[in-house]
Design a protein around this ligand. Structure first.
Ligand code: GEM
Ligand code: ZN
Length: 443
């Protein structure tokens, strides 16, 4: 059978499995799901789709993962997440994340070195919509008729960015009275106090060792970093800056986004002025039970909140322009995951130690190693005194210099505390291993 030239070219395209570009349009739920599955189909070897649970109206909360080994945590390869559309009527983040998914897939297929490297060195999780029910309410009205709040909340009328357990109050108490500065425990009944969308996201955060994240919103144009909740009570419009111990790092992360964005860094946007296009959350206005503070206080993940457009539901004609303004920023921010120190925590027999605490003397916020024994401590360039400790082991301290490019790798080998009662320290094998061995110092 003879093929005409056009048929021949078309067949070649089909054989090559050419990717179909997504349009610059708003995507209702079923269309969004189609895009995710299409990207997965176009890039099957580097992607995976999973659901972390469902919304009140039982829409699946889908995540698209990019990795050179999807579905697997590779030790020393950090995990990143982007979350969009937590407020159902703030829709730009959702569309940008669909564009990003397609961009990563296409560029990887075309051999773009920067993107290939990013996917080889990072496990990237993209959740375009955390509030798919709210989105449908907002989208029923469409861009022009959308009221300022229609569809913001979930269908139980709950604002999901006010729905996380309040760990700031616990931390602020601990700062005065002593107590943990990280991995603050949740109240026993926490699952009953939060919405299904929030519960799914908290369980997601607990089951992956995320290192860096951003939460995409709209209604302003600024990169907002923790803390969102102020330490003292002040009456709006008075506000007070609530710095985390990682304040300079958070400022750098926020600036990475704002300066790579088309105009965020210029400062004047939507009638507000934010120097360099960044702000501390509480300095803007204080907010309790938000998601970014929760990430920092309950997990190893550093999250910022990106406000991406004055208009929460931009008109379709704006979407391509917005994508071009955000594309470099979304990629540059992702690349920020590769800085500071990372490494493995082992015992004397080279077994990995999960849950080891990594503390940096200069910064009062610890992080822990993941189940596979790897840890990631984002840090600005400088010299730090870093200690690894785990119940039942002698802790170990190293002086580490961090440069501006790439993370410095530091592995720790911890010696087990033998069960011979010696003077000066307790026999830890007899102690519940969950108890942190504060009494034991370097061997
Ligand atoms: C915000 S989130 C970002 C601002 N945070 C603080 N602390 N001012 C919210 O949830 O109110 C804005 C938004 O909804 O996009
Ligand atoms: Zn919002």
């Amino acid at each position: 059978m003879r093929l005409h030239m056009t048929e021949f070219i078309f067949t070649l395209f089909l054989l090559a499995g050419t990717a179909v570009s997504i349009d610059f349009v708003h995507h209702r739920y079923s269309e969004m799901v189609q895009v995710l599955f299409r990207v997965q189909n176009d890039c099957p070897y580097i992607t995976r789709i999973y659901s972390i649970g469902h919304s009140v109206q039982r829409r699946q909360l889908y995540v698209l993962e990019f990795s050179d080994n999807p579905g697997i945590h590779e030790p020393l390869e950090p995990e990143f997440k982007y979350v969009g559309n937590m407020h159902g009527n703030e829709v730009l983040g959702r569309e940008l994340l669909l564009q990003l998914a397609e961009f990563l897939c296409e560029e990887y297929r075309m051999g773009n070195e920067r993107i290939t490297r990013l996917i080889q060195e990072t496990r990237i999780h993209i959740m375009p919509s955390m509030n798919p029910d709210g989105y449908e309410v907002a989208a029923d009205q469409g861009p022009d008729a959308n009221g300022y709040l229609t569809g913001r909340n979930n269908v139980h009328y709950i604002d999901l960015n006010r729905n996380f357990p309040d760990l700031n109050s616990v931390l602020y108490y601990n700062e005065k009275n002593g107590g943990p500065n990280h991995h603050i425990q949740l109240p026993d009944n926490w699952e009953k106090t939060v919405e299904p969308e929030t519960r799914a996201v908290i369980k997601w955060m607990q089951s992956y060792n995320f290192v860096l994240s951003a939460n995409l919103h709209g209604g302003a144009v600024v990169a907002n970093y923790p803390f969102d909740k102020s330490r003292e009570r002040v009456r709006y419009p008075k506000t007070s800056y609530a710095a985390t111990p990682d304040d300079s790092l958070f400022q750098k992360l926020a600036k990475t986004y704002s300066f790579a964005h088309g105009w965020m860094h210029q400062g004047w946007n939507c009638g507000d002025y934010f120097e360099n296009g960044i702000t501390n959350g509480a300095r803007w206005y204080s907010l309790s039970k938000g998601m970014q503070d929760f990430n920092y206080l309950h997990t190893n993940c550093f999250e910022i909140t990106l406000e991406l457009s004055c208009n929460k539901f931009p008109r379709t004609e704006q979407l391509e322009h917005e994508w071009l303004a955000n594309r470099e920023a979304l990629i540059s921010y992702l690349e920020e995951i590769h800085q500071g120190i990372k490494g493995m925590v082992y015992d004397e027999n080279n077994n990995v130690i999960g849950g080891a605490v990594i503390s940096v003397k200069e910064i009062h916020h610890d992080i822990t190693s993941g189940m596979e024994g790897d840890y990631f401590r984002l840090l600005l360039p400088g010299t730090y005194t870093v200690t690894a400790s785990a119940p039942g082991y002698y802790s170990k301290t190293e002086s580490v210099t961090v440069g501006p490019a790439g993370p410095t790798q530091v592995n720790f080998h911890l010696k087990e505390v033998k069960c011979l009662p010696k003077e000066g320290h307790t026999c830890l094998k007899q102690i519940d291993k969950k108890i942190f061995p504060r009494s034991v110092t370097d061997s």
